[in-house]
Design a protein around this ligand. Structure first.
Ligand SMILES: *[C@@H]1O[C@H](CO)[C@@H](O)[C@H](O)[C@H]1NC(C)=O
Ligand SMILES: *[C@@H]1O[C@H](CO)[C@@H](O)[C@H](O)[C@H]1NC(C)=O
Ligand SMILES: *[C@@H]1O[C@H](CO)[C@@H](O)[C@H](O)[C@H]1NC(C)=O
Ligand SMILES: *[C@@H]1O[C@H](CO)[C@@H](O)[C@H](O)[C@H]1NC(C)=O
Ligand SMILES: *[C@@H]1O[C@H](CO)[C@@H](O)[C@H](O)[C@H]1NC(C)=O
Ligand SMILES: *[C@@H]1O[C@H](CO)[C@@H](O)[C@H](O)[C@H]1NC(C)=O
Ligand SMILES: *[C@@H]1O[C@H](CO)[C@@H](O)[C@H](O)[C@H]1NC(C)=O
Length: 314
């Protein structure tokens, strides 16, 4: 299936969205209907039939050249919003014309401590980024994911630049000046990352086993990053990155500790956690995400890890 992509340019941001059988004519008419002639969207809008399209594409996608290759996916329209009504209209018209704008939701299971000493349990935090207004987000969540219990107070509207701080866990409102800082001293401590891919839902008892093992650690996190969506339309062999169609989500396991003498204990717990999740994740091969740099991947079962041997796996 040929994909068509719409780029929605919000303030400084560029985002792509998935489109299935869009009605382009209706979409454009809807945009005009929902915007005020005082702030005409025509100036902010470009479509492939316009002479401005190539320059819009090159400047907003930061791609050096526009490819005329039909195999390269292209936007059906670029909206370089100049007024908030342009953003609202684009979101509403996309939705009503079968065009879905991406919503990325990450689940983060982690240890949380209770009021009493030694009281600990697992809490799952959800971090999400949606390209649109809180109103539209609430509408989509209330329709499709009511179980999340999302409230307006949980949401912040911010520029794309500020979202880079959100993802780095800075408090909302922190100055973007921190983005210019470089660590002056090396980071201290130790960490171990591992990863997995999940293709079928993990049953409840599996989740319980995972939580119990996590609770044996002091500092451990997981990130469950969603796949599906447009990723599910890309076959494994279509690109150099094979983890696409058929995956529900990717797991990152992440443990940290600060004392050298605690390394063996923490590494062996990570090994235990990895064994506990084995029945619920991909097998033959057990897939992993390359960029989490897990030195166990490709190492011998003998426990004698050698970087030279492992690096043949990339
Ligand atoms: C745009 O507005 C006109 C006039 O109100 C209406 O007839 C038409 O259906 C609207 N089109 C869309 C796509 O909403
Ligand atoms: C586009 O893809 C088709 C099928 O894979 C291929 O035959 C064709 O040569 C490609 N066209 C270009 C311009 O790369
Ligand atoms: C972004 O963060 C800065 C603080 O660094 C704040 O002043 C500004 O209002 C924020 N802008 C948006 C659109 O969230
Ligand atoms: C990918 O694999 C499928 C099924 O084996 C095959 O039909 C298709 O031609 C392959 N595509 C590429 C780009 O290699
Ligand atoms: C991991 O390391 C910490 C020190 O940072 C230590 O207190 C702990 O006992 C170690 N082992 C486990 C299982 O957490
Ligand atoms: C481990 O994962 C964390 C969280 O994504 C990341 O910040 C860090 O760079 C990773 N470390 C390695 C060595 O891959
Ligand atoms: C690891 O396995 C390879 C291939 O089976 C073997 O040649 C190598 O000696 C093994 N290395 C260790 C350290 O076990």
């Amino acid at each position: 299936m040929k994909e068509v992509v719409l780029f929605l340019v919000l303030l400084v941001s560029v985002s792509d969205a998935q489109v299935t059988k869009p009605n382009i004519g209706n979409f454009l008419e809807c945009l005009t209907n929902l915007t005020n002639p005082e702030n005409p969207i025509t100036e902010a809008l470009s479509t492939p039939d316009k002479s401005t399209f190539v320059s819009f594409y090159e400047s907003y996608t930061k791609k050096k050249t526009y490819s005329s290759n039909p195999n390269v996916t292209k936007p059906i329209a670029i909206v370089a919003a100049k007024h908030e009504s342009h953003v609202q209209a684009t979101v509403i018209c996309s939705k009503s014309n079968g065009i879905q704008i991406q919503l990325f939701v990450r689940a983060m299971p982690q240890i949380t401590y209770g009021a009493k000493p030694g009281d600990k349990t697992i809490a799952v935090k959800f971090y999400a980024q949606f390209l649109g207004s809180v109103n539209n987000l609430m509408e989509i969540i209330n329709k499709n994911l009511l179980e999340l219990g999302l409230k307006r107070e949980d949401c912040y509207e911010m520029s794309w630049l500020n979202t880079t701080m959100f993802w780095e866990d800075y408090p909302v409102g922190a100055s973007t000046i921190v983005l210019l800082e470089r660590p002056s001293t090396p980071l201290v401590g130790f960490l171990k990352n591992k990863s997995d891919y999940v293709k079928k839902p993990i049953p409840k008892e599996g989740i319980e086993n995972i939580w119990e093992t996590m609770l044996k650690f002091n500092d451990v996190w997981m990130q469950w990053n969603p796949y599906g969506g447009v990723m599910d339309q890309i076959p494994e062999n279509a690109t150099a990155f094979p983890h696409r169609r058929g995956n529900l989500f990717k797991i990152l396991y992440f443990a940290t500790w600060c004392k050298r003498h605690a390394t063996d204990a923490n590494l062996s717990l990570m090994k235990e956690l990895y064994q506990v999740t084995e029945p619920y994740v991909t097998s033959n091969p057990r897939e992993a995400y390359l960029n989490y740099r897990d030195i166990d991947v490709g190492s011998n079962r003998s426990d004698e890890t050698s970087v030279d041997e492992a690096q043949i796996y990339g």
